[in-house]
Design a protein around this ligand. Sequence first.
Ligand SMILES: [Zn+2]
Length: 170
Amino acid sequence: MADYICNQCNKKFSRKWNALRHNKQIHHELAIVYNKATGVDFKNSKESNTTTNYDPFYEQEIEDLNIVDIFGKLMQPFIELEKELVDVKESDKINYISTLIIGALRSSDPVKIIQDAVDFNRSVKGKVKIVNYVAKHMQIPNVQAEQYLNQIIKSSRYFKNYSKTNKIRY
Ligand SMILES: [Zn+2]
């Protein structure tokens, strides 16, 4: 059922709010949405005197802006990731970041994929530090301290509960 029509491009909508959103996003609120059955006009809040011609290139412009927006959303985890990788060799970093971002952008939730990568790298680095502290305290090699900590974790109740809820990562 398409009751609402945009007078600029004749696009049809079943819901008024969709039609008004379309008017806002595509026509800068310069189009008029009208109800086919009643003939009643629905204008968006803003009214302007500039040209009301429908511009197909404007749709392209919206797309380009949305793409920039999406990159913007990736920035917070991306900057964190770069910080975590500060000690990594440049060529390794190039491969890792490019592969990760391309994969993330193909997924349904790129922000989460990058955030997960940040958490993973942070955890790995943090583990190395903790192992180092324990090794020094116990005066044993790092490898041995790591095995010791792994063993404590594996036999803990926390780990058993944790493993049940996090069976498979990917
Ligand atoms: Zn339209």
